[in-house]
Structures are given as C-alpha cells and as structure tokens.
Design a protein around this ligand. Structure first.
Ligand SMILES: NC(=O)c1ccc[n+]([C@@H]2O[C@H](COP(=O)([O-])OP(=O)(O)OC[C@H]3O[C@@H](n4cnc5c(N)ncnc54)[C@H](OP(=O)(O)O)[C@@H]3O)[C@@H](O)[C@H]2O)c1
Length: 284
C-alpha cells in the first residue's frame, strides 16, 4: 500500500511511520519543513506525484496554551488544512486516517461517547473540531480517531516532564482537578493500524475513540510516575484555577469507545512499560 503520512517527526507520527514501514508499506513521511500542510499548491503536487491509497494525518498545531495567542495559525493547521487534505483524498480516492482530541469536549460530564456533542472551551479544541467538521464536508472514506493525554518517544509530554522534574525537585505542583486517560503512542499506533489499515475487523467510516483504559488526574499520574521511578518527590496538588494557564482545559475528558467491543491495556501498565524503556523502575 502507498501511504502518505504527515507529522512524521511528531510523537504519534514517528511511531506510526515506524510501524507502517516495518509492515512493508511504502510510506512517504513529511515534516513541516518538507511540506507545510497549509501550503495548498505543494499539497496538490504531493498527492499528484505520490497517488496514495491511504493518507495518515498526524500533523497538528498541538501547543494548547500557545493556540490562545495564535488562533489563526491553529485554525489553519488543525482546521482549514485538514479540510483541504480531505478534498484531495476524495479526488485521489485515498482513505484518510486523521487524529483529534478529547479537548473537543467541555468536560462537564465524566465520560464522552463518539456521539456526544462537542463543545470546546479553548482555541486548540475549536481548531481540532473545525478539522473534524471539514472532513465529512469534503470526502466520504475517513476515520477520525479521537485520543487523549499522549505520551511516547519523540515528543514533549507530561510523563517525560515529570520523570525529569522528579529527579531535580523535592516537590512538584500538579493539577488535581482534571481527569482523563493517558495514552501511549505505541499502543495507539498498533490499534489504529490493526483496525483501520489491516481492517480487522472491518469498520464503518466515521469517528472513533481510542485511548488506554482507565482514568486518572494529572497529580495521581505524576505520583504514579515518581513511585515507578523510585523517586521520593512529593506531589503538591493544586487546582487548575490556581495554576492559571492561558488555555482552559476540560475537567473530565475520558473518551469512551462505543462503536466496537475492545479495551486497550490500562494506562498504568502502559506508563510502566514506557518508563521501563528509558529509566530504572521499581521492582513491583
Ligand atoms: N499530544 C497529545 O496529548 C494529544 C492528545 C490528543 C490528541 N492529539 C492529537 O494527536 C495527533 C498527534 O499529536 P502529537 O502530540 O504526536 O503531535 P506532535 O508531537 O506535536 O507533532 C506534531 C507534528 O505535526 C507537524 N506539523 C506541525 N505543523 C505543521 C504544518 N503546518 N505542516 C506540516 N506538519 C506540521 C510537526 O512537524 P515539525 O516537527 O516539523 O514541526 C510534527 O511532526 C494530533 O492530531 C493531535 O491533535 C494529541
């Protein structure tokens, strides 16, 4: 299969690129320096030259706080460019696999189904929702996968940040009133390929929720990381209001998958597995 992958250098994109290439697919991967997805002319040339069967879009403007200062850029990359990619997929008869976020929801209830109405409370969420809306307006054969709280190789993520801070500091302040499901890029990439590339089982086009199972909050996640790494660092729990970051975040954003019967492994196991690769962990 000929696969076009945007966001090759990113946390999820790099993992998908590696997995898809290992399977023997011809994967053409792009970073923002090779091709800015907002560059319509360049995108058209790429589709025309490469004629993909699948397009995987893991490119995005992912800085949630910076998006508040740069709404136009976030909307262009996460919204308008995604609509254009969808239009090109329709013309070139390619299936699109695109990623979205738990931050399309406002967080007023504990879990969120695919059919729940999105209502973002920050610019990043609005921009990702625009992308979700423009896809079906421009094409038919797409899978939009909403996921949450990603961690993994090749990207800035909370697990790495805490692992580093935990070694440097005696106490770290972490928010205790936002709840969600940490998700390992390796687990997500594996499932995405199984469900939407290998098509086992065959699934209808549309929106899907995929995360590691279970729910936690940021302070419990930090405590879990410190414990796993033998660190005695204390977690000082604070509220999101007190931390006062530029972007609001949903209080509850755990995504529930209702379209088929499957559960990924619990987030705790995934975090431990990830930490084991890069750090020395406690023997329990
Ligand atoms: N991170 C999370 O916690 C999280 C949670 C839920 C959903 N998601 C979604 O999951 C997907 C992957 O996220 P991630 O955390 O793996 O992203 P990431 O590590 O921030 O990587 C983003 C990728 O997008 C590329 N990119 C940015 N702007 C671009 C542009 N204008 N043109 C072309 N490429 C561009 C970057 O390329 P350069 O490196 O060259 O700039 C990079 O390869 C995104 O759709 C994101 O919204 C992420």
């Amino acid at each position: 299969m000929r696969i076009l992958l945007f966001g090759k250098s990113g946390m999820l994109g790099s993992c998908l690129y590696e997995n898809l290439s290992e399977m023997g697919h011809k994967v053409f991967g792009f970073n923002s320096s090779d091709c800015d997805i907002t560059n319509k002319r360049k995108m058209k040339v790429i589709f025309d030259e490469l004629r993909p069967d699948f397009v995987v879009n893991a490119a995005a403007y992912t800085s949630v706080d910076d998006a508040e200062k740069n709404p136009k850029l976030a909307m262009d990359i996460n919204g308008n460019a995604v609509g254009k990619i969808a239009g090109l997929c329709e013309i070139y008869k390619a299936v699109l696999i695109h990623f979205s976020t738990d931050y399309v929801f406002d967080g007023h209830k504990k879990t969120w189904k695919e059919s729940d109405k999105p209502c973002p409370i920050n610019v990043y969420g609005e921009s990702k929702l625009l992308g979700e809306k423009l896809i079906p307006e421009n094409m038919r054969k797409f899978y939009v996968i909403r996921t949450s709280w990603l961690f993994g190789e090749n990207g800035k993520n909370f697990v790495d940040t805490m692992a580093v801070l935990g070694k440097e500091k005696k106490e770290v302040k972490v928010v205790n009133d936002q709840f969600g499901a940490p998700t390992y890029t390796k687990d997500l990439a594996k499932k995405v390929i199984e469900f939407f590339v290998k098509k086992k089982p065959v699934l209808e086009y549309g929106i899907y929720h995929i995360t590691n199972s279970g729910t936690t909050n940021w302070s419990d996640l930090a405590a879990n990381i410190f414990k796993t790494l033998y660190l005695e660092t204390k977690v000082k729990e604070i509220t999101a209001e007190k931390l006062n970051r530029p972007a609001k975040r949903p209080k509850y954003s755990t995504l529930k998958s209702t379209k088929f019967n499957f559960e990924m492994r619990p987030w705790k196991k995934a975090v431990k597995d990830y930490l084991r690769k890069y750090f020395i962990i406690a023997p329990y």
